[in-house]
Design a protein around this ligand. Sequence first.
Ligand SMILES: Cc1cc2nc3c(=O)[nH]c(=O)nc-3n(C[C@H](O)[C@H](O)[C@H](O)COP(=O)(O)OP(=O)(O)OC[C@H]3O[C@@H](n4cnc5c(N)ncnc54)[C@H](O)[C@@H]3O)c2cc1C
Length: 318
Amino acid sequence: MTNSRITAAQNQEIEDARSMTSVTRRTTVPAMEDLMYTMIPVLDHGYLRVIDYMGDDSAVIQAARTSYGRGTKHKQNDEGLIRYLLRHWHTTPFEMLEIKIAVKMPIITARQWIRHRHASVNELSARYSILDREFYVPDAKDLAAQSQTNKQGRGDLLTGEEATRVLDLLRDDANRNYDHYAWMLNEDQQGKIIDPNRKGLSRELARMNLTLATYTTWYWKVNVHGLMNFLRLRADHHAQYEIRVYAEVLLDIMRQWLPMTHNAFMDYRVNAISLSAQQIEAINMRLAGRDITPQNTSLTKREFDEMVASMPGLIKQA
Ligand SMILES: Cc1cc2nc3c(=O)[nH]c(=O)nc-3n(C[C@H](O)[C@H](O)[C@H](O)COP(=O)(O)OP(=O)(O)OC[C@H]3O[C@@H](n4cnc5c(N)ncnc54)[C@H](O)[C@@H]3O)c2cc1C
């Protein structure tokens, strides 16, 4: 399937890669074999593709038991061990499994993604290549105002003329900057010289004029311990939408790849909370039958509210 996110030549490379198979003694996961190389669209021009992976749930068991062979016993025992490992933060067995993906994302997303240091990255070089005229422009449903309660968050949606004007500005500024980038390079997207009488600025300098909405592409390889750290922070509702949508795709890939690890991860990390000593004290007060408020516990209002948001049953309904 050709798509505006990739060229016909890139699409052919994907088809060629998918047509090749090999016999192996390594563990394979049918769902991942189906997925390999295919493009999963994200945002308006981005994508995520699985390039390679190593191991399955049994590789966690194999490492934890330091086995001679495959390492698995019975499904129930294996699942129990994976849950025990995650529950007790025994994380090194998960570092024996790896995934390599190709991601195309806006530079604003890449800036956040690169903060996750426990991974290997190889990014498309804009010193070497001319970047495509592709910018992220949010969908109208994601065009939100600054949140009044969270300085790092979004509030109500922009509507009407203001929304139209913002979208026009985002598109126009990105296009205008790209026009200037091309003019300074004195080359078009295919590398053809625009004006033979000009020298043209180097690619490494001209790129500084592009907006952060410009798309970049990289290969990202991470072990499952690092992947879970990334997903816990970036698939969370506090994460910015433009990285969260990629994290949600990865979380779904993990579900298909490592069903046991995924379930344990959801139970012990994503849908779990950790409690401070003061919160435990407050819960014990509540269990002893007393009402709790920020005033009669050692909790700040913020910590109190965070606890009640996770466990609304702790306070009496009015
Ligand atoms: C909602 C949200 C808001 C954020 N806001 C900001 C912000 O305003 N400004 C900002 O700068 N960043 C911000 N960040 C980025 C954040 O501070 C982390 O840099 C990012 O999430 C990567 O997390 P990490 O360091 O755990 O990951 P990794 O770099 O992958 O590290 C994984 C783990 O390895 C260990 N580790 C890695 N390096 C070291 C080290 N040098 N020393 C000790 N242990 C190490 C730690 O246990 C770490 O948790 C934000 C992140 C989120 C999710």
